[in-house]
Write a protein that binds this ligand. Structure first.
Ligand SMILES: NC(=O)c1ccc[n+]([C@@H]2O[C@H](COP(=O)([O-])OP(=O)(O)OC[C@H]3O[C@@H](n4cnc5c(N)ncnc54)[C@H](O)[C@@H]3O)[C@@H](O)[C@H]2O)c1
Length: 436
């Protein structure tokens, strides 16, 4: 079990500056966690270098970005991208019989999810080929990158990769029921996780979310040696999730979204960071709060623990930054709803006695129950209805505040990090934001 290690104090300002390089491993979508650290690095004059997962052609083959796609991605990132396809996972990787795991699921009906069988040996073959493809591409990426890093630079790798839902049609309706189903539509996440379809998901999540970090550290060994040989620092940071502390009934309490099926892969990610640290490499996972991004859109209810950030901003001292975030949120609420009503509703959800078994850190990640899903989904809907426009809810403003704070804290911590895993919760994020 990873020892719980919350970041409580603001780290000293890092020595990163002009001439130093931040390498983003994963694509930027505009409202994800990586936006925070990229923006902060840019403010400090660092050079940003990006990456891409590549694209799939209609015949299923993986390729780097074409010139138009590359120009669009570089313009969004505002920086150069090393154009090697770093897609991870094996859902679209052919075994010797010419079929991919996704092919094997063609025509499977969502109702057959618990009886459909997949051949483990064939999946293992695809998995092995996926690993070979990814490590070869990561090696190519590292060699191209090496040529772009000036002598004497400090280099910070930022790993943002997560995901891996197999791209077979059967998964979307199924996962919608696991993550958003109640009443007759409820599916137990535990039963799903134990099915063959669940096992494929588990293994693909592990490849995308955790193994990519291990391969990154291994394949960039040459960069590490050259940079440190020239007197520069090399560090690896990754985003994790393992619950976080938010204000509940006036106290900071560790809580988590359920059912977070990526959790097992996130624990593996923490173990990879610990293994790298044990070899003397500066590597750390930052377990960060729930926010709304492209990747978390499937997890309805994940945003419920974001609301009390508003209370944390006051608890940590308030002031002009807190007022401006609160005002931005106020503008998005219906005229008959105040921030106090919003916070009271979120607190009623978070403090429900029904959550007691889900507060156990040692047994995380937890599976869903019918009652828990009902409470979460209904509370989520009630809070969303408090916004003037359901497409523009206060969570976007709060998510931005969180990823800004987390990016800033990560950048400073990585300058002289000594621990493999940190938790970054609402307390320290609010403290950080209020100093701006
Ligand atoms: N959103 C949250 O609530 C939350 C909370 C804590 C941690 N995180 C973590 O933050 C990181 C960034 O996620 P985000 O929520 O900002 O969303 P995002 O959608 O902006 O980022 C997801 C990243 O994963 C990459 N990716 C997706 N599929 C991939 C594949 N098959 N191979 C390689 N890369 C792939 C994408 O290129 C992108 O960089 C992730 O590690 C995520 O788990 C998110």
């Amino acid at each position: 079990m990873t020892p719980y290690n919350p970041l409580r104090q603001l780290p000293e300002r890092a020595g990163y500056g002009k001439g130093d390089v931040l390498v983003l491993v994963g694509e930027l979508f505009g409202r994800g966690y990586a936006n925070g650290i990229v923006e902060e690095a840019r403010n400090r004059g660092m050079t940003i270098i990006g990456s891409s997962v590549g694209r799939r052609d209609s015949d299923g083959s993986l390729r780097p970005l074409n010139p138009e796609e590359l120009a669009a991605a570089e313009s969004l990132l505002g920086a150069k991208i090393v154009n090697v396809a770093l897609e991870a996972g094996f859902d679209l990787e052919q075994a010797a019989d010419g079929l991919t795991p996704a092919d094997r699921l063609k025509g499977v009906k969502p109702d057959d999810w618990d009886s459909f069988r997949l051949d483990g040996a064939l999946l293992a073959e695809s998995r092995q080929k996926g690993v070979e493809r990814f490590t070869a591409n990561m090696g190519r990426f590292a060699r191209e990158l090496d040529a772009m890093i000036p002598p004497g630079a400090n280099v910070l790798f930022v790993h943002a990769m997560a995901g891996g839902v197999p791209r077979a049609r059967v998964y979307m309706p199924l996962l919608n029921r696991v993550f958003k189903g109640q009443g007759d539509r409820f599916i137990s996440s535990e039963a799903f996780w134990q099915s063959d379809l669940g096992v494929l998901c588990r293994d693909n999540f592990a490849e995308v979310t955790a193994e990519t970090f291990r391969h990154l550290v291994k394949e960039t060994e040459g960069v590490r040696q050259r940079v440190s040989g020239a007197g520069g620092r090399v560090a690896y940071a990754a985003y994790g999730y393992h619950g976080c502390e938010v204000l509940v009934d006036g106290d900071y309490i560790w809580q988590s979204y359920t059912p977070y099926l990526t959790g097992w892969a996130k624990i593996l990610l923490e173990q990879h960071a610990a293994a790298a640290c044990a070899e003397g490499i500066t590597a750390a996972v930052f377990n960060s709060p729930e926010i709304q991004t492209n990747s978390s859109a499937l997890f309805l209810g994940v945003e419920l623990s974001l609301y009390p950030l508003l209370a944390a901003l006051d608890r940590e001292g308030g002031g002009p930054v807190a007022e401006s975030i609160k005002e931005e949120c106020r503008q998005l609420l219906r005229d008959d709803v105040s921030l106090e009503t919003l916070l009271a509703e979120a607190n009623a959800y978070l403090s429900s006695p029904l959550h007691a078994p889900f507060r156990e850190y040692a047994t995380w990640p937890h599976h869903n129950t019918r009652e828990q899903m009902e409470l979460m989904l209904n509370s989520s809907a009630r809070l969303m209805e408090m916004s003037r426009n359901p497409k523009e809810i206060v969570c976007a403003a709060l998510s931005r505040a969180v990823f800004t704070g987390v990016g800033w804290l990560m950048l400073d911590t990585m300058w002289s990090s000594s621990e493999p895993v940190y938790w970054v919760s609402h307390d320290v994020i609010a403290k950080r934001l209020l100093t701006r």
